[in-house]
Design a protein around this ligand. Structure first.
Ligand SMILES: O=C(O)CCC(=O)C(=O)O
Length: 240
């Protein structure tokens, strides 16, 4: 259960850190499933790409979209249930999972996720309430790519975005001077809104930085997207 103070903080700043969403036993279970995706024990064809868009021969930022389509029991598991319960408090009872994704930064890949607002990836929707829950399965710190957020950017207009590399991540202008870094222990998470500017540094450590991410929006807006053929499995592009 979130406090009034946490709800206000999220509304004002566009992000919120929650120290412990998952128990360490749960973290261990999710790490195993996560590694089954990374090692292709679970086939990720059509769902996997390199967010860097650099095409250097090895993945620099591995993104696997909608793992719960590939392994449906995930959608009912504790991570999804716990994140859903909190997001309903943050943005309303009509919030549901739109999509989930895994973003892994392998050791010494040193590739930042560029500054962006998630909204730029999506079609324009009449109800803009949206939040992502970013769950750390490893210690997440500056050196391996913890999340950075620009406080209050959720109340600013969408900045112009361009695409990096060949079909890579979207980017906008920002920098660390206007942002705060949120370091997390395994099982901790952050929530951020669709318009909150965020980024992560590259992973310059010797171990993986595994994040499990769930994006939520109103049920009616998920229907709105699907009616227009938008299911978060297509190619990345600037849509706004
Ligand atoms: O994990 C990352 O490096 C970036 C995550 C992100 O941009 C997001 O969850 O919206």
């Amino acid at each position: 259960m979130l406090s009034e103070q946490q709800l206000r903080f999220f509304e004002t700043n566009g992000y919120l850190a929650v120290e412990q969403l998952l128990t360490l036993a749960e973290v261990e279970e999710y790490r195993q499933v996560y590694d089954d995706f990374l090692t292709e024990k679970i086939n990720t064809e059509g769902h996997r790409s390199d967010l860097s868009g650099l095409g250097v021969g090895k993945e620099l930022i591995t993104q696997i979209m909608r793992p719960s389509v590939l392994l449906p029991e995930l959608a009912e598991s504790s991570l999804h249930q716990k994140a859903t319960a909190l997001v309903k408090q943050l943005l309303g009872e009509d919030m549901e999972m739109d999509f989930d994704m895994l973003i892994d930064k392998a050791p010494q890949t040193n590739t930042p996720t560029p500054w962006h607002q998630d909204e730029a990836y999506w079609i324009d929707m009449p109800d803009k309430r949206a939040a992502s829950c970013w769950i750390a399965l490893d210690v997440s710190k500056r050196e391996n790519g913890c999340m950075w957020f620009v406080p209050g950017s959720n109340h600013q207009p969408l900045r112009p975005h361009t695409q990096t590399g060949k079909g890579g991540a979207l980017q906008c202008e920002s920098n660390e001077n206007e942002a705060v870094a949120i370091e997390l222990q395994p099982g901790g998470c952050t929530f951020h809104q669709g318009r909150t500017i965020h980024y992560s540094r590259g992973n310059s450590s010797d171990s993986h930085r595994r994040a499990f991410i769930i994006n939520f929006r109103p049920k009616a807006m998920i229907a709105y997207e699907r009616q227009r053929g938008f299911d978060h499995l297509g190619k990345r592009e600037v849509r706004q």
